[in-house]
Design a protein around this ligand. Structure first.
Ligand SMILES: Cc1ncc(COP(=O)(O)O)c(C=O)c1O
Length: 497
C-alpha cells in the first residue's frame, strides 16, 4: 500500500483524490468520502499536512468552497485538525491501525452479515423475482387507471383535512385507525361486499401486505403450515416466508382453491390465504360448495381464513358476489381490503376486518404501536368517502374497466385465436389467458418484453412446474388504443415462436 507520510503534502490531491462529475453524488461529499477512506485505511498517515484548500481545489478542478465544505465536515468529526500556522492536518491522535474494523482493502471481500432463515427464504427464487421493467406500460398487472384519478378533488379534500386537523390527529391518531374511516369502511363493506361487521371490527392498515404481516404475527408461529393458492399472489407468499411459517401450496382449479387437496396436504394448517371472489392471477371464483368446505375446515381445526378481497368493487357484469366473510358464522374469516385499486397504490391504505371474538386481541396488539398509516390521509379518505366521492369514483371506474376488459377480450379473440385462451373476465383489472400446452410463458414474456410489451408469465405465480403456461394481462391502466396495439405485439411474439 502506498502511504502518504506526514511530510509529503504537495501532491496529495493528484495522488489520492479524484472526483467524478458523472455521478449524482455532490462533489464535496465525494472529496469527504475519499479522504476519510484514505485516512481510515492508513494511506494518509496521522499528522499529514494537507495542501492549502486553494491548491486542492485547483488540482481537483473544483471550487474552493467545495473543498472547504468537505474539510469542515471531516474536521467536525475529528479526522482533521487545524493549528495556527501549520494549516490543516490529519489528526495526530488517530491510531495508525485499528481505526478500520478490517485491514485496508479487505472490506471489499468481507462476507455480508448473516441473515435470518426468513430472509434467506425470501431471497430464494421461490418468491418469483418480478420480471417487470421500470416504466408502467401495457399490460402490467395490478395498476389501476391512475390518469383517471381525480387528483385535484383529492388534493382539496386532503387540504381541508389538514386545515381542520385536531390535536389528536396531529399527534398521530388512533392505533386502530381513524374512527371516521373505520365507520365509513364498515358501511362500505356491508353495502358493497355483503360483509357482516361494525366499525369496531375494522382496523386500518398500511395496505394488504401490512395486514397480512400483522395477521401472520398474531396467528402463526414459525414453522406453522399455511395454505397458499397455487398459483397465487406473491405478496401472500412473501408474508408467509417473512414470518418463517411453512407455505403449503394448494392447487386452484375452475372452482377455486381445492379444499380437499389442502386437507390432504396439511389438514392442520393454521391459516389459509386466498382471494375467493377473484382469484389472483387465474381470475376464478371460489364456488359455493368450496366456500362451505373451507369454512367447515377452519371451524373444525380452529384455523383462520385470510380473505384477500383486493378488487371485487370492480364487478363488470353479473350479480355482485358476497364476500366469504359474510358467510362466516364461526368467526374464522379475517377480511382484508385495500385502497390500492379503488384509489391509488401510493396511498398505502387498506383495512382488516376481524371477527368479534378477536377484536380485543387485535386492539391490544395495536395498542403499543404507532398508528399504522398517516392520520391525515386517513381523515381525508374518511371525508372523501362520507362526501360520496369514493362511491362516484368507483362507479366511473367500473365502467372504464368494463370497457377495457371488453376491448382486450375482443382483441385477443380476433388476433390470438388458437394461440391464447382467455379466461372469462367479470371482475377487476387483469385477466389470465392460457397458452397451448408445451409453449413456455417465460419465453413469450421475454419475446414480448423485447417488443415493448409486458405480460406476466403465469409460471411466476406458481410453486413448481405447470403443465400449461399462461399470460397475465393487466388492463386497468391501459387505454383501449394501447390495448389493441399491445395485443398485436403479443400476436407477433406468439407467432414468431
Ligand atoms: C391479489 C392482490 N392482493 C392485494 C393487492 C394489493 O396489495 P396492497 O394493498 O399491499 O397494495 C394486490 C395488488 O396488486 C393483489 O394483486
Amino acid at each position: 500500500m502506498r502511504t502518504i507520510a506526514p511530510d509529503q503534502n504537495r501532491t496529495l490531491a493528484s495522488l489520492l483524490l479524484k472526483v467524478d462529475r458523472k455521478t449524482s453524488a455532490p462533489l464535496h461529499a465525494q472529496i469527504d468520502q475519499a479522504l476519510r477512506g484514505r485516512i481510515l485505511s492508513g494511506e494518509v498517515a496521522p499528522g499529514t499536512r494537507l495542501p492549502p484548500s486553494r491548491t486542492l481545489a485547483a488540482e481537483l478542478g473544483v471550487a474552493r468552497t467545495t473543498v472547504l465544505q468537505a474539510l469542515e465536515a471531516l474536521q467536525a468529526e475529528g479526522y482533521l485538525v487545524t493549528a495556527p500556522r501549520s494549516g490543516v492536518r490529519v489528526a495526530p491522535e488517530l491510531p495508525s491501525e485499528g481505526l478500520s474494523p478490517l485491514p485496508a482493502g479487505a472490506a471489499r471481500h468481507a462476507s455480508p452479515p448473516r441473515l435470518s432463515r426468513a430472509a434467506r427464504a425470501l431471497r430464494s427464487t421461490a418468491t418469483g423475482a418480478p420480471r417487470l421493467g421500470p416504466a408502467p406500460r401495457a399490460f402490467r398487472p395490478g395498476l389501476p387507471a391512475l390518469d383517471l384519478f381525480p387528483v385535484a378533488l383529492w388534493s382539496r379534500v386532503v387540504g381541508r383535512a389538514q386545515a381542520r386537523a385536531s390535536a389528536r390527529l396531529l399527534e398521530g391518531g388512533d392505533s386502530a385507525g381513524h374512527p371516521g374511516l373505520r365507520r365509513a369502511i364498515a358501511e362500505h363493506v356491508v353495502a358493497a361486499r355483503g360483509a357482516r361487521c361494525g366499525p369496531e371490527q375494522v382496523f386500518i392498515s398500511g395496505g394488504t401486505q401490512q395486514a397480512f404481516e400483522e395477521v401472520l404475527r398474531l396467528v402463526v408461529d414459525p414453522g406453522d403450515p399455511v395454505w397458499l393458492e397455487d398459483p397465487g399472489y406473491l405478496g401472500a407468499r412473501r408474508a408467509v416466508l417473512g414470518a418463517s411459517a411453512q407455505p403449503v401450496p394448494v392447487p386452484v382449479d375452475a372452482e377455486g382453491l381445492d379444499v380437499e387437496a389442502g386437507r390432504a396436504r396439511s389438514p392442520r394448517a393454521r391459516l389459509a390465504i386466498l382471494a375467493p371472489s377473484h382469484q389472483y392471477p387465474l381470475g376464478v371464483t371460489l364456488s359455493l360448495p368450496r366456500r362451505m368446505a373451507l369454512l367447515r375446515w377452519a371451524a373444525e381445526q380452529r384455523s383462520v381464513i385470510l380473505e384477500d378481497d383486493y378488487d371485487s368493487e370492480f364487478r363488470h357484469r353479473g350479480r355482485p358476489l358476497t364476500a366469504l366473510q359474510g358467510l362466516d358464522d364461526a368467526g374464522r374469516v379475517l377480511y382484508v381490503g385495500t385502497f390500492s385499486k379503488t384509489m391509488f397504490p401510493g396511498l398505502r391504505l387498506g383495512y382488516l376486518v376481524v371477527p368479534p371474538a378477536l377484536v380485543d386481541m387485535f386492539a391490544a396488539a395495536r395498542a403499543s404501536l404507532p398508528a399504522p398509516a398517516s392520520a391525515l390521509e386517513q381523515a381525508a379518505l374518511a371525508a372523501f368517502m362520507d362526501q360520496g366521492h369514493f362511491a362516484r369514483h368507483l362507479r366511473r371506474m367500473r365502467g372504464v374497466y368494463r370497457e377495457r376488459s371488453e376491448v382486450l377480450l375482443e382483441a385477443l379473440r380476433t388476433r390470438c385465436a388458437g394461440l391464447l385462451e382467455p379466461s372469462p373476465c367479470d371482475t377487476g383489472m387483469q385477466l389470465c389467458a392460457m397458452l397451448p400446452p408445451g409453449v413456455s410463458d417465460v419465453r413469450i414474456h421475454d419475446r414480448a418484453a423485447r417488443l415493448g410489451v409486458e405480460v406476466a408469465p403465469l409460471s411466476d405465480y406458481g410453486f413448481g412446474r405447470r403443465h400449461r403456461g399462461g399470460l397475465v394481462f393487466g388492463f386497468g391502466a391501459v387505454r383501449p388504443a394501447a390495448i389493441r396495439a399491445g395485443v398485436e405485439t403479443i400476436q407477433r411474439a406468439l407467432e414468431t415462436g
